[in-house]
Write a protein that binds this ligand. Structure first.
Ligand code: 5GP
Ligand code: ZN
Length: 137
């Protein structure tokens, strides 16, 4: 994609602090990290979100996530990390090339990824489950 910043990184047209690369995936440090060591894992093929990704890109991306998560844990002596994927504008996605964030977590860091909890009323929970299940292939 011509106008995509991550495609440009994949093609080597703009620089990035790369930590991993294979034939399907590239990973580099986020330029504005939530914590230092925050990595982005990016399939080389352009897809806007998870939903459009090909199975083989998805598999390769998740495998790279595991490899890098392990490396994060070992390099910072800390097994905690958040794996985040923003899909779509309302979910906070800014770069429209599917990618996964891996954010190392440290004792007493100031990062907050918590949400407040809602409550279902009456049959609502079953209704929501039914609406979703109808479209699962
Ligand atoms: P999103 O909200 O789309 O899931 O997150 C996109 C992430 O990409 C942001 O955390 C942002 O800091 C990072 N980012 C955007 N442009 C660049 C760039 O040119 N280089 C790097 N390394 N990270 C970028
Ligand atoms: Zn792209």
């Amino acid at each position: 994609m011509d106008d995509c910043i991550f495609c440009k990184i994949v093609e080597g047209k703009i620089p990035a602090t790369k930590i991993y690369e294979d034939d399907k995936v590239i990973s580099f440090l986020d330029i504005m990290p939530a914590n230092k060591g925050h990595c982005l894992i990016v399939p080389k093929n352009h897809s806007p979100t998870l939903v459009e990704m090909h199975e083989e890109d998805l598999t390769a991306t998740v495998k790279a996530v595991k490899k890098i998560a392990r490396a994060l844990s070992l390099s910072f002596g800390n097994a905690s990390f958040n794996m985040v994927m923003n899909n779509g504008k309302e979910a906070g996605q800014i770069v429209n090339h599917a990618h996964i964030h891996l954010i190392p977590r440290f004792q007493k860091d100031r990062l907050r990824l918590k949400w407040s909890h809602l409550k279902y009323e009456g049959e609502e929970m079953n209704d929501y489950a039914g609406r979703i299940k109808k479209f699962i292939e």
